[in-house]
Design a protein around this ligand. Structure first.
Ligand code: HEM
Length: 406
């Protein structure tokens, strides 16, 4: 097996996501689907509330990425609380309104320089912007090109590990994928520890070494940066994909961006609808520690819970016309949506640590996109790629044109 070229994991993981969309569709049509008895798929707001509010009963299950080591993502209890303190103050600071202009300027600088003309080119530009914003939260300029190249490599390895976590023992592939990821981590350690542009961020992540048992700066840093950039790039790529479906929507957003002075209600609604329709993290998993009664069944210890964010976002009990992309969706415009049925960032104590910073990035990134570009899309066939985050795959349907060139 060559983990660089094999399509096996991509196919499987993409089918898993298709299955979640299909399941949501069948539930709305009243069709019962059979499930593995040890896997509980959750797509209703009551169960989501129970699972997300009780992190000690429904613990993190990240066996697939354990090769990345230990970080705030895959720990629980006091160790998690300590690890959270390493990054949370920086994320909160970076999301303050005084930093909004900086975020806007980064997107504008990168997108105007690179002038992307396709979804693939847009993603390259968005990755650079996102790495710069992430590193700046820790006082560094960052070395985006080098970091993004390694993260690309890391994604291949993680895709395999995620695939293997569903397919049990395949020792040779597991060993290969593990050594691939370890090599990337070594490369990233060199980049962060040796390149002067990363001095401050490396210092920040190295500090807790003496305070937290088994702490590794690169493990904490890589999981955080991966989570921070994959998701925002995915969301803005989906936003571009949806913009391409309607000139009128682009015009209405453009007008808001040109005239608004503080509130961007339509832009925010468009971003929410994008994340409802294509949640960048389509599901999360948890392991049951204690017998618990859910809406339709009892969860037993060692059962695996799969919270289908897709399922919640497409559930007809909470959304009118859930399968329609509605840029001015009334549930968002009127602020009447069910908080437990719209959870792109999850909810409860393990809610996304970068949610506020992500919201700043999404709004500023969208503003730059609609202000400087027009997007055209042929057809409405959707293709995606999924490795921890789901983003559109470039099949040549999208054309991005700089407004300067119109
Ligand atoms: C559109 C953008 C984003 C989305 C949709 C998103 C979504 C999520 C979701 C669903 C989780 C929960 C995962 C789980 O519990 O299994 C999560 C966790 C997390 N995210 Fe995000 N995220 C985004 C952006 C960011 C950014 C920009 C950062 C940091 C710069 C970030 C940092 C984190 C961290 C640190 C956690 C772990 C929280 C904890 O358990 O302590 N995320 N994110």
């Amino acid at each position: 097996m060559n983990i660089e070229s094999s399509h096996e994991p991509s196919t499987f993981l993409n089918q898993l996501i298709q299955m979640l969309y299909l399941k949501a569709h069948q539930r709305n049509a009243g069709i019962e689907t059979a499930e593995r008895s040890d896997l509980i798929v959750i797509d209703n707001a009551e169960d989501l509330e129970l699972v997300s509010r009780n992190p000690d009963t429904f613990t993190k299950n990240y066996s697939s990425i354990s090769v990345l080591g230990t970080s705030r993502f895959n720990t629980d209890g006091d160790i998690w609380r300590k690890r959270k303190e390493i990054t949370q103050p920086a994320y909160n600071e970076a999301a303050k309104s005084s930093r909004t202009k900086f975020v806007y300027d980064v997107y504008e600088d990168v997108l105007l320089k690179q002038k992307p003309d396709s979804i693939a080119a847009l993603q390259t530009a968005l990755f650079e912007a996102s790495v710069r914003i992430f590193c700046a939260a820790f006082g560094s300029q960052g070395s985006p090109a080098e970091i993004v190249a390694q993260i690309d490599d890391l994604r291949h390895g993680l895709r395999w590990l995620q695939f293997l976590s569903w397919h049990g023992e395949r020792k040779r592939e597991l060993a290969e994928a593990t050594s691939h990821v370890t090599e990337v981590l070594d490369n990233l350690t060199k980049i962060f520890s040796l390149d002067d542009r990363n001095n401050e961020i490396w210092k920040h992540f190295s500090q807790p070494e003496s305070e937290i048992p088994q702490y590794s700066p690169i493990e904490e840093l890589v999981m955080n940066i991966f989570a921070g950039i994959e998701t925002t790039v995915a969301t803005l790529s989906w936003a571009a994909d949806r913009l391409g479906t309607s000139r009128q929507v682009q015009q209405r957003l453009f007008e808001e961006v040109q005239t608004a002075t503080g509130r961007y209600d339509y832009c925010e609604c468009f971003i929410n609808e994008t994340m409802r329709y294509f949640p960048p993290i389509p599901y999360v998993t948890r392991e049951v520690q204690q017998r618990t009664r859910l809406a339709a069944r009892v969860a037993e210890p060692a059962n695996l819970v799969l919270v289908s964010i897709i399922g919640l976002h497409r559930n007809a009990a909470y959304w009118s016309q859930p399968d329609v992309f509605h840029s001015a969706r009334p549930e968002f415009m009127d602020n009447t949506y069910n908080r437990n049925a719209f959870v792109p960032f999850l909810t409860g104590p393990r809610v996304c640590g970068g949610m506020r910073l992500a919201r700043v990035e999404l709004l500023q990134g969208l503003k730059v996109l609609v202000r400087h570009f027009q997007i055209e899309r042929t057809g409405d066939e959707v293709h995606f790629d999924y490795t921890l985050a789901m983003r559109p795959r470039d099949k040549g349907a999208i054309r991005i044109v700089s407004r300067q060139d119109l």
